[in-house]
Design a protein around this ligand. Structure first.
Ligand code: ADP
Ligand code: MG
Length: 274
């Protein structure tokens, strides 16, 4: 058997051989590509949805489906168990290809992403940030509230014309301020693409690359990500002729919360960063 054939993830025989070879506990997660039928079967079996309608989008790590719970539309997010090798570099802390540990890492990672996203959504929701309410999670799947009407998701901020942009900017920054100061996370990918416009207000989505700002964090990284998010948001609103100083906004955030062990974080280089 050729190497390619042996590792073809779509080939059932290769899959079960690989699973056996790796000694993966088949009672837990299985190694499979995310086909629509697999996702639907799992979601129904796990009690996460009563039906899965169609795939809405396929991102790098996860695919998003429109599903229903009874008559209510919901979002089903499925984290992929297979990743291409460049996502699994040694530098990210994963062991090299061809060892059973690696397989466990992949399974663990997919589930871990779903756990992180579910918990972060829940903590944001409880703190009052306008995010899709998380509903359930099993293994590498999670469900959340569908933001939109019928089968039509709410438009991204980039696709709407705002009547009161100044107010919307305040709403976005107020939500992000709660996320940073109370949930202690930076979003990491906040932009006009990951903010939906629904029921006359902005909703923050796509949180899985959030970075936890705590006593163990790399504060330079947190500040970098926070700065990038704030710049993205402010530059979108500049298209409406609204100008706010990113440095002032950053200082307001960081002044309101820094982890206990880095309270004296040096902000002198902030203006060069922005
Ligand atoms: N909770 C949700 N309600 C409605 N639509 C959603 C929801 N989550 C995601 N979407 C839709 O899927 C698109 C992609 O979702 P996102 O979480 O940004 O994933 P990614 O950017 O990683 O592909 C969004 O722009 C939006 O159209
Ligand atoms: Mg997105």
């Amino acid at each position: 058997m050729s190497r390619v054939e042996k590792h073809n993830p779509l080939k059932d025989g290769a899959l079960s051989r690989k699973r056996d070879m790796m000694g993966v506990d088949t009672g837990k997660a299985e190694i499979r590509e995310l086909t629509f039928d697999t996702v639907k079967r799992d979601a129904l079996q796990f009690g996460l949805a009563t039906d899965v309608m169609f795939q809405m989008n396929a991102g790098k790590e996860a695919s998003i489906f429109l599903a229903v719970w009874k008559e209510h539309p919901i979002i089903l997010k499925a984290y992929r168990l297979w990743q291409t090798s460049h996502h699994l570099s040694k530098s990210k802390g994963f062991v090299p290809v061809g060892t059973s540990k690696r397989t466990h890492c992949i399974l663990g990672m997919a589930e871990n992403y779903a756990v992180v996203e579910y918990d972060l959504l829940m903590n944001c929701f409880r703190a009052g940030v306008h995010v899709p309410t998380p509903i359930g999670r099993v293994g590498n799947y999670l469900t959340m509230r569908f933001i939109g009407d019928g089968k039509e998701p709410a438009p991204q901020l980039k696709d709407v014309t705002l009547l009161s942009p100044e107010k919307v900017l305040d709403q976005v920054l107020d939500d992000y301020f709660i996320m940073y100061t109370q949930v202690h996370y930076v979003h990491g990918d906040l932009s006009k693409y990951n903010i939906l416009w629904w029921q006359e207000r902005p909703w923050i989505i796509d949180v899985p690359q959030g970075y936890k700002v705590d006593t163990h964090c790399d504060m330079d990284m947190a500040v970098f990500l926070l700065g990038r998010d704030i710049m993205n948001v402010l530059s979108y609103f500049e298209t409406y002729g609204i100008y706010r100083d990113p440095e002032v906004t950053m200082r307001r955030f960081i002044g309101a919360y820094t982890p206990k062990n880095i309270e004296s974080y040096d902000l002198t280089e902030l203006s060069e960063m922005l």
